[in-house]
Design a protein around this ligand. Structure first.
Ligand code: UDP
Ligand code: MG
Length: 159
């Protein structure tokens, strides 16, 4: 039941200097960082990561946001971590995201506003949405040797 999941602190999160605060939420919940690096993706890589959205109307806005600066890519490990991380991230639209979630606490824009302005939704963070996508995304972003097994205090006190 211990799962690994990919998160990306997107360029808006990095440029708003929220990387530390965002990562702290996962560390505070007892999740383990097992891989982490900063990457500035190009359009081709963005298309690989967001392959399911490439044909959608919002893709050009999404691509502009995800390629506008470096992201912090992180592999998190924890008990049923994929669903828990998605819950902590919150709904895609910041306007609808619950307070207490990352998107709800650090953003507020709506689909209506973004669509009217022709912008991608700046919602700070990506997180894998299923076991299948977590596996695929971790393989896309990380080499096996960039992922580490080690003990944290949570291995003693959390499980
Ligand atoms: N997105 C957008 N406009 C939309 C829908 C999505 O700009 O109307 C962006 C947004 O940044 C979102 C990303 O595309 O996080 C991927 O969309 P998805 O539906 O997979 O949302 P997520 O899994 O990130 O919650
Ligand atoms: Mg998604």
């Amino acid at each position: 039941m211990i799962q690994r999941t990919l998160i990306l602190i997107k360029p808006d999160g990095v440029q708003r200097c929220l990387s530390g605060k965002i990562l702290a939420r996962f560390e505070d919940a007892g999740m383990k960082i097992v891989g982490m690096k900063m990457v500035w993706v190009d359009k081709d890589f963005a298309k690989e990561h967001y392959y399911e959205h490439v044909e959608k109307s919002f893709y050009s806005g999404l691509e502009a946001v995800i390629t506008m600066g470096p992201v912090v890519a992180v592999v998190l490990e924890g008990v049923e971590a994929i669903a828990k991380v998605r819950k902590m991230v919150g709904s895609t639209e910041p306007k609808s995201a619950e307070p207490g979630t990352i998107r709800g606490d650090y953003a507020h824009v709506s689909y209506g506003y973004a669509d009217q302005e022709g912008l991608g939704i700046k919602n700070l963070i990506h997180a894998s949405d299923s076991e299948k996508s977590a596996k695929k995304e971790i393989e896309l972003w990380f080499d096996q040797k960039e992922i580490h097994s080690y003990k944290t205090v949570h291995d003693v006190h959390l499980y």
